[in-house]
Design a protein around this ligand. Structure first.
Ligand code: NAP
Length: 488
């Protein structure tokens, strides 16, 4: 059994941000639990060919750890993973991390005022838990009839086998989301045949990528101010887009850009029709690629929109009854976003899990704290995702909120803290009101942003600066605390 004042779970962007800032504030009694053997979260796990960020690297990085060396506007996965490894090294996090510790269950111990955390290796106790589980960390794989009988390679894009060879193979790709549009152009030239099973066409716009010139890197090296200005420029450009996301008719200009992009690359009108979305752009995540449409236009690619009826030992049978012989099946089917797997094993004060508490619609005050789950802070919790900018901005805002709350606890000698139910309700109500009329709820699509009740519990529906402002200003009356022994 091990005790720590604070336990962070996860070493992706969120876990690292929390750990660094806590250390900078002088916190030493800190353990970080990581289920795998390295840091990096999704940027460690997703190493499929073509994996890269679709937010500019100078914004998709920590404000407290600028990297003048980003090689491209949108850096590739290995570089982002290295960046996170470097941050963990540079800020002295390694000594705090317990690798290969997967959390299996967490119980709030009311008598102790602590969380009991059961991992695959041992038990931990902590007064404060920061859950940085990641919103996109558990692959979602549809249960297709007969898939267990398939004798070829079958895997999800987040579990890409390092030795997978596409050369000469007949491959079925299921899904056409953010991941699939990155790996399809990489495997298409190698594959013998590529059958792309598309349920809903995504909107795809040009990717304005390119290497960052050496002189520019040098200037960032010399002047942090220049680099900060670069970050600010990208930040402002992305914030401005919120106006259109909140007023969907303004998205039409972007739709024209996407249509033109499609027309330029795909000459076959039937294929073009298959690839044209019937919902407003922005309703689902807008995808960036210059190579996706050209890849789909190649002779060895078929876009299949009839759906999959079943899988046999060597083929996929589509819903029209056609048997398509394949050697490999790759799922680009996304992640368990609104199900939030951790919610099933976190038991709060009443002995109920977060999942039971949420009833299909995750809710948290400031997307971070949940009434009835004292001293628990969720990073990238409900309504803190973004459809328009870098989630790192939101993570950092949440971390500052946590630091403020912890300071308040210390000052008031509080043993526990949690949001008052009415404050949490008010936050949800305001968030729902902000969401009304946005493209994410009125754009005519069925997206993974929506939970099983139809509520968008994934995204923050407005400007990130409005969230930052709310998060930075701790409304003490919104929190309820109890006094006790555990305060240092
Ligand atoms: P995704 O965007 O959720 O796409 C999943 C795809 O699989 C969609 O086309 C979906 O179709 C399809 N699908 C899901 N279940 C299916 C089923 N049962 N049968 C047939 N098709 C099915 O997933 P992702 O591509 O893995 O990306 C997830 C998120 O990761 C992104 O939205 C983004 O936030 C993040 N990501 C970011 C980057 C980056 O560059 N920063 C790169 C990759 C991923 P429907 O559209 O019909 O649901």
């Amino acid at each position: 059994m091990t005790k720590a004042r604070i336990i962070i779970i996860g070493t992706g962007f969120a876990g690292i941000a929390a750990a660094v800032r806590l250390k900078q504030e002088g916190e030493q009694d800190l353990i970080i639990l990581e289920r795998k053997g390295d840091v990096g979260g999704v940027w460690r796990d997703n190493h499929y060919p073509g994996c890269a960020c679709d937010v500019e690297s100078h914004l998709y990085s920590f404000s407290f750890a600028p990297n003048p060396q980003w090689s491209r506007v949108f850096s590739p996965q290995p570089e982002i993973h290295s960046y996170l490894q470097d941050c963990s090294e540079k800020f002295g996090l390694k000594q705090h991390i317990r690798f290969h510790h997967e959390v299996k269950r967490m119980d709030w111990q009311e008598d102790l005022g602590e969380w009991r955390i059961e991992t695959n290796q041992s038990i931990f106790f902590a007064q404060i838990v920061i859950g940085a589980f990641g919103a996109l960390s558990n692959p979602s794989i549809p249960k297709l009839e007969g898939m267990e009988s398939f004798r070829g390679e079958i895997f999800h894009s987040a579990e890409w086998p390092k030795d997978f060879q596409a050369q000469g193979k007949r491959i079925a790709v299921i899904g056409t989301g953010a991941s699939a549009i990155q790996f399809i152009p990489e495997i298409q030239p190698e594959a013998d045949a590529l059958h792309v099973f598309q349920r809903t066409p995504p909107w795809v716009v040009p990717r304005l990528d390119g290497p960052i010139p050496e002189e520019k890197k040098e200037s960032f090296n010399r002047s942090q101010l220049l680099q900060k200005m670069e970050r600010l420029k990208i930040y402002v450009q992305r914030e401005v887009r919120v106006i259109a996301f909140r007023n969907p008719k303004w998205m039409k200009t972007m739709e024209s850009i996407a249509r033109h992009h499609l027309h330029k690359a795909v000459k076959d009108p039937d294929l073009r029709e298959q690839l044209t979305p019937d919902y407003r752009i922005g309703c689902k995540r807008i995808l960036l690629s210059n190579s996706y449409y050209p890849a789909l236009a190649q002779a060895n690619v078929e876009v299949n929109t009839s759906g999959i009826a079943k899988v046999t030992e060597d083929a996929v049978i589509d819903s029209s009854g056609r048997t398509i012989a394949v050697d490999s099946i790759i799922f680009g089917t996304g992640f368990q976003v609104t199900e939030l797997p951790f919610s099933k094993y976190i038991y709060g004060r009443e002995g109920r899990t977060l999942k039971e508490e949420w009833q299909g619609s995750p809710k948290a005050y400031m997307g971070t704290t949940v009434s009835g789950f004292p001293n628990l802070f969720l990073l990238q919790g409900p309504n803190t995702g973004l459809g328009h900018s870098s989630v790192i901005v939101m993570i950092e805002a949440q971390v500052e909120h946590i630091l403020k709350t912890l300071k308040h606890m210390k000052k008031q000698k509080l043993k526990t803290i949690e949001p008052r139910p009415d404050a949490q309700e008010r936050f949800i109500k305001e968030t729902n009101q902000l969401m009304e009329g946005t493209v994410w709820t009125s754009g005519g699509c069925n997206s993974w942003y929506l939970d099983e009740t139809g509520r968008n519990s994934t995204l923050w529906p407005s400007y990130t600066f409005s969230f930052k402002r709310k998060a930075a200003k701790l409304k003490r009356n919104d929190y309820a605390g109890s006094k006790g022994i555990n305060v240092k």
